[in-house]
Design a protein around this ligand. Structure first.
Ligand SMILES: [Fe+2]
Length: 158
């Protein structure tokens, strides 16, 4: 495969995964918008357990997606096409670590909450919404970078 073909198929794969995260985030936001039973009320444990399960799923998918971007193509392609993008790629890699740390922290908080070991945590929902906002912004940065390189360095249409 030529450089352009490799880059294009890498970008397509990443865009596909980003679309999956958009769907997953929208579902999670919908779940958070619905009312939550308070500690001690019926359904409280189910709510928190369901949240924890969704977070485990999000965490697993993020691990695979980030690893894929870091090791199997995207970041390597970006810096090969445009060495000037190295600093930005380092920043995106650091953001991956930060977001994984945060999803693990929120996940363990949700698990303690579902066990009843932790009292009502008013910040749980807000923290998760902030994390989803962060993820959205991060993926938008990656998309912008891919699009800029596609037009500038790969040359569009020739
Ligand atoms: Fe990404």
């Amino acid at each position: 495969m030529s450089d352009i073909e490799t880059a294009t198929s890498t970008f397509e794969q990443v865009n596909r995964e980003h679309r999956e995260f958009k769907t997953m985030s929208a579902e999670l936001r919908g779940f958070l918008d619905r009312s939550r039973p308070g500690a001690g009320e019926a359904g409280h444990h189910d709510w928190a357990a369901q949240l924890a399960r969704r977070l485990v799923d999000l965490h697993d998918k993020l691990v695979v997606h980030f690893r894929h971007e870091e090791r199997d193509g995207l970041f390597e392609t970006l810096t090969r096409i445009s060495p000037g993008a190295t600093r930005k790629v380092d920043l995106l890699t650091a953001e991956h670590r930060g977001m994984l740390d945060e999803v693990r922290a929120v996940m363990s908080s949700a698990m303690r909450y579902s066990e009843g070991a932790e009292l009502e945590n008013p910040h749980l929902r807000r923290r998760l919404v902030e994390l989803l906002d962060r993820l959205k912004e991060h993926e938008q940065d990656e998309t912008d970078l891919m699009q800029r390189l596609e037009y500038r360095d790969l040359g569009s249409g020739d």
